[in-house]
Design a protein around this ligand. Structure first.
Ligand code: DUC
Ligand code: ZN
Ligand code: ZN
Length: 475
């Protein structure tokens, strides 16, 4: 199907962050031209959308493709990860650029080089600020010109990714001046270092110790620290991968006092607990921050439903469970070292898990259908809010005339038994193995081009565009 033609999709239910209504959508080239009733079919390719629900393409603002770590690399690259995202109804992703080169510019160039020829959906980057000096401070405003006005800072990973609180404060003052959004990884690096050393000394090497050595109090106090830095610098803050009930409480505390703070959680923190790390295959659930408790799951759901937490990202960063055994991907065998690297020592298990393709189908059945969030909240949390916060709206995250025609048609009656065979990630396991789903994306358009049709893939590497983002909104 040619992206330049006019496509009329008739008889749709249209779901947005605020409405649900019945209409036709006319796509012209890459954009939505109009939405209405009885639109003219003149010169159009007509698709009958009866029985289908149109939603905006998902926006996942937290992915890590092709990321070297733990002596290996995350197993989805900017093509395979984008393809998996598309099958799950996501059409825009934002990845993180490691500060591995002397300058931000050179670091971004490395990431563009990795992504540009592979990208199969639209994408952008955040910049990790894991080193702080005068040169970085001077270069930071250029992120705005490059269309990626967001940085990530860490209060964990001492001597690696962490910068000091004073340095975070300095970065946030610059962020305020230029409209850059600061993303915070909130854990207590000092406590983690102490507990990890102690656990290893005592021979505690199994996966559950990953969670025990990263206590949720550290996440809670580091979240409050971030909120305090936001209040004192006047810069907005976005807390990534929120995982603990107390973080939701702290975010509510800051927001009630008018501090410009927002938060993201991820599906894994809604559905799983430290008990999963105690399973024989517990390494599959190792990511940082770790899984917590059922009470934490519950408070995070409340945070989403009550509007305290604004978005759901995935922190997609997959590794093979057994990277010595190849899988077949697009007809070829591939094996990438993974979780088996830490079979004797939890500190050597690559931190991260798959999720970019799972997010929307899993949350539809186990979030919306389970009555935890409404249909409109589902769109707000997964599409519209992330687009607004990260300067992509209304081009992305919306079904409006003039928006990119990133449209996902869902069959809300479709039943699917989910798992690794259905998810398109380039890895050998899935956290939602055997989960029964009702409702699934069946057609996905990226800027007017049909890239997923049922089980068929029409996307290709390089078709995804780097999207220049504007300054986002605090919501
Ligand atoms: N933080 C992330 O956001 N992703 C992977 C690992 C981490 O610590
Ligand atoms: Zn993080
Ligand atoms: Zn991450």
């Amino acid at each position: 199907m040619d992206g330049q033609q006019r496509i009329l999709i008739r008889n749709l239910d249209i779901l947005t962050a605020s409405e649900k209504y019945h209409a036709d959508i006319l796509i012209e080239g890459e954009k939505i031209q109009s939405i209405g009733s009885n639109l003219s079919e003149d010169g159009c390719l007509v698709i009958d959308g009866s029985g289908l629900t149109a939603m905006p393409g998902g926006v996942d603002v937290h992915t890590h493709f092709d990321l070297p770590m733990f002596g290996t690399v995350s197993s989805d690259d900017h093509y395979t990860g984008h393809k998996a995202a598309a099958f799950g109804g996501t059409t825009t992703v934002i990845d993180f650029v490691p500060l591995d080169k002397p300058t931000l510019e050179e670091s971004v160039a490395v990431w563009r080089e990795k992504a540009d020829t592979k990208a199969a959906i639209d994408y952008s980057f955040h910049m990790n600020i894991s080193r702080w000096d005068e040169k970085i401070a001077q270069e930071m405003p250029r992120l705005v010109d490059w269309g990626m006005p967001s940085i990530k800072v860490f209060t964990a990973y001492n001597n690696r990714l962490r910068i000091s609180d004073g340095e975070i404060f300095s970065a946030m003052r610059i962020a305020k001046e230029y409209g850059i959004l600061t993303l915070l990884h909130a854990e207590n690096g000092d406590v983690i270092e102490t507990l990890v050393a102690e656990a290893l000394r005592n021979g505690k090497t199994t996966p559950e110790w990953h969670a025990h050595t990263r206590p949720s109090w550290g996440a809670v106090e580091a979240t409050l620290r971030g909120i305090a830095l936001a209040a004192q610098s006047g810069a907005p803050l976005y807390v990534v991968h929120m995982n603990a009930a107390g973080e939701v409480d702290q975010l509510a505390y800051g927001r009630e006092r008018g501090v410009a703070v927002m938060g993201e959680t991820c599906p894994q923190y809604l559905f799983f607990t430290v008990d999963h790390l105690r399973r024989p295959d517990g390494a599959k659930w190792i990511c940082s921050p770790p899984m917590r408790t059922a009470e934490d799951n519950e408070r995070l759901w409340e945070g989403l439903a009550q509007g305290i937490v604004q978005t759901i990202g995935t922190d997609h960063c997959p590794f093979f469970y057994d990277g010595t055994r190849p899988i077949v991907y697009e007809g070829e065998e591939i094996a990438i070292p993974g979780k088996e690297l830490g079979s004797e020592d939890f500190t050597k298990i690559p931190n991260g898990l798959p999720g970019v393709g799972d997010r929307l189908p899993i949350l539809w059945t186990y979030g919306v259908r389970a009555g935890r969030i409404s249909e409109n909240q589902f769109i707000a949390l997964n599409c519209t809010n992330p687009a607004k916060i990260f300067g992509l709206y209304p081009r992305k995250g919306a079904l409006l005339p003039g928006s990119d025609a990133d449209i996902v048609l869902w069959d809300l009656q479709k039943r699917v038994t989910y798992g690794v065979a259905k998810a398109q990630h380039r890895t050998d396991y899935n956290l939602y193995e055997g989960w029964e789903l009702v409702g699934y994306p069946v057609k996905v358009f990226l800027r007017g081009k049909l890239i997923v049709d049922g089980d068929q893939w029409f996307g290709k590497p390089g078709q995804g565009q780097f999207i220049q983002r504007s300054i986002g909104k605090v919501i």
